[in-house]
Write a protein that binds this ligand. Structure first.
Ligand code: GDP
Ligand code: MG
Length: 237
């Protein structure tokens, strides 16, 4: 089955070669699509060098930092056009370890969307400062309660979608970015009745580089929860 792994990058030149090396070691039958937003640290050139070395690595360059949500959308479009039947998303910083990919793919036989989840039995976070753990856990608990979601980790970026799901939810019509985008995708999937499975993962904090997602993002995600609660899915055209 044709599978594409989308890896959005912004200033990940130190992490990207490690990620690709780990993927290579696993010799998974997947294509990798790096979506780089013209990272000032030269991640784009590093990605190009990796693509020259491995024929399964591809790069999409965007002109500037356009945000995580639209990076996913651009990646989805290319992957779907390329005929991918499974589309995975993961961070470049090894917080989402590639060793979990086989489990996500296995679960995707049964589920339409599979989430590498910190908040199901066996999952968790390592080396995250207490305030990030609290914010993330709080945001997820709040979203679940307010929107009646069944998914435990609504803001996780480690996912596997079946092609039909991405065609049906029309992610390009989601306006929010960052964690809000991820949350809204879960909301749409649940509303449309797609089966969502969660596979436990241990999320390790990045060892190199800095997080690009500001704490502000969490508060923005809370606003998204309120908007969805009060107005429903009005962004859909
Ligand atoms: N292309 C692109 N990638 C981004 C952008 N913002 C974050 N990323 C990437 O998205 C992933 C998640 O971001 P990260 O900073 O690790 O967030 P955190 O894990 O929540 O701290 C990483 O691979 C980032 O390089 C963006 O605006 N554009
Ligand atoms: Mg990260």
């Amino acid at each position: 089955m044709r599978t594409t792994v989308i890896v959005p990058t912004y200033n990940e030149r130190e992490n990207l070669p490690h990620l690709i090396a780990e993927l290579d070691k696993l010799s998974l039958d997947v294509d990798v699509l790096i979506v780089d937003d013209n990272s000032p640290d030269g991640t784009g050139a590093v990605a190009e060098a990796l693509a020259r070395r491995h024929e399964w690595v591809h790069v999409l360059h965007r002109p500037g930092k356009l945000g995580l949500g639209t990076a996913y959308v651009a990646g989805f479009r290319l992957a779907l056009a390329d005929g991918a039947e499974r589309i995975l998303t993961m961070d470049a910083d090894l917080s989402h370890h590639p060793r979990y990919i086989p489990r996500l793919l296995e679960a995707s036989r049964e589920y339409d969307v599979v989430i590498g989840s910190r908040y199901v039995q066996g999952g968790g976070t390592r080396h995250w400062p207490w305030y990030r753990v609290l914010l993330s856990w709080g945001a997820n608990t709040f979203a679940r309660a307010m929107l009646g979601l069944r998914t435990h980790d609504c803001t996780a970026g480690f996912r596997c979608y079946r092609r039909e799901v991405l065609q049906a939810i029309e992610p390009h019509t989601i306006r929010s970015n960052g964690y809000s985008f991820l949350l809204e995708v879960v909301y749409r999937c649940e509303r449309q009745g797609w089966r969502i499975g969660e596979v436990p993962i241990i999320f390790a904090d990045r060892r190199r580089g800095a997080s690009k997602i500001s704490k502000q993002e969490i508060y923005r995600a809370m606003c998204t929860v309120w908007r969805l609660r009060l107005c429903g899915d009005v962004t859909r055209q």
